[in-house]
Ligand binder design. Structure first.
Ligand code: ADP
Length: 259
């Protein structure tokens, strides 16, 4: 009973007797608090870039003769902030689709080799040669949603690039474990302190907000990964050591093997 919120209702019954009805509202309240937090966080995340855009527009209106170089610099900043809002809204829509029962999972045979190759190629493009990025594919194909798995695997690979300093190594691998199939991303990056690990898949949770923004993060990537895996009956495991690096493992159940 401790730490739980019980709702007690007294209902009059015949002969001056009463019925006592109790129900546990802890879970409902927790979900309600999460929803409130999400809206507050999302509004804040959208307001920040919008403030920058409106600020520069006001400057431009007040100063019609602004120097060309200044105008171009302002337009560049406004474009970046607009793009940040676009990424946020895309990720928010993706998350809400993943959670909605209106869009049940559509499974198809996924060519995992092609998928991992593509994810590695995208990671190399993002890295621009600053990291050594390798991949290996030993496991079989799976039945799943190609789009969703691409987004989950892609998010993990993108994070490895973002949170690994220049010269670091990143290894993507697809293997078959005793009871599951695993996509693992190992990096030699900044790592994560123990106390943060269990909270990383929460929406907008970041170890270092300014670093995440600098690297174009929305703070929703791992929440998306978690939901994709949940829909596929799988899970995300995180092992990390601050200053050394991390291993993010997306595991899918053996039941997703093609029949
Ligand atoms: P973001 O858009 O901020 O990267 P994510 O949900 O993808 O949001 O990740 C949440 C946080 O987890 C990040 O802000 C970062 O602090 C931490 N993180 C994720 N991946 C890694 C990694 N490979 N190495 C170190 N920290 C990571």
């Amino acid at each position: 009973i401790r730490n739980r919120k019980l709702v007690v209702q007294v209902i009059p019954f015949e002969n001056r007797r009463q019925i006592l009805v109790t129900h546990d509202a802890t879970e409902t309240e927790r979900l309600e608090a999460m929803r409130r937090d999400f809206i507050a966080n999302a509004s804040h995340e959208l307001r920040t870039p919008l403030t920058v855009i409106v600020g520069f527009l006001e400057i431009a209106m007040a100063d019609p003769g602004m120097m060309e170089a200044t105008r171009v610099a302002h337009l560049k900043l406004m474009t970046e902030q607009g793009q940040r809002m676009q990424r946020l809204i895309e990720d928010m829509l993706t998350l809400s689709r993943l959670e909605s029962t209106e869009f049940p999972l559509k499974r198809e045979r996924v060519d995992v080799r092609a998928l991992v190759e593509q994810v590695a190629e995208d990671a190399r493009a993002l890295s621009g040669g600053r990291h050594e990025i390798e991949f290996s594919v030993e496991g079989p194909d799976v039945m799943g949603s190609l789009d969703e798995l691409r987004s989950a695997f892609g998010n993990l690979a993108t994070n490895a690039v973002r949170y690994t300093p220049e010269g670091g190594r990143i290894l993507l691998s697809w293997t078959r474990g005793p009871n599951d199939l695993r996509f693992a991303v190992a990096d030699t990056g900044i790592g994560i302190d123990e106390q943060h690990i269990s909270r990383l898949t929460e929406r907008f949770y970041r170890v270092d907000k300014s670093r995440s923004r600098e690297t174009q993060g929305t703070g929703l990537g791992l929440a998306i990964v978690k939901h994709v895996l949940l829909r596929h009956g799988g899970k995300l495991t995180i092992r990390s050591e601050a200053g050394k690096g991390s291993v993010f493992t997306a595991s899918l159940p053996n039941t997703s093997l093609p029949g």
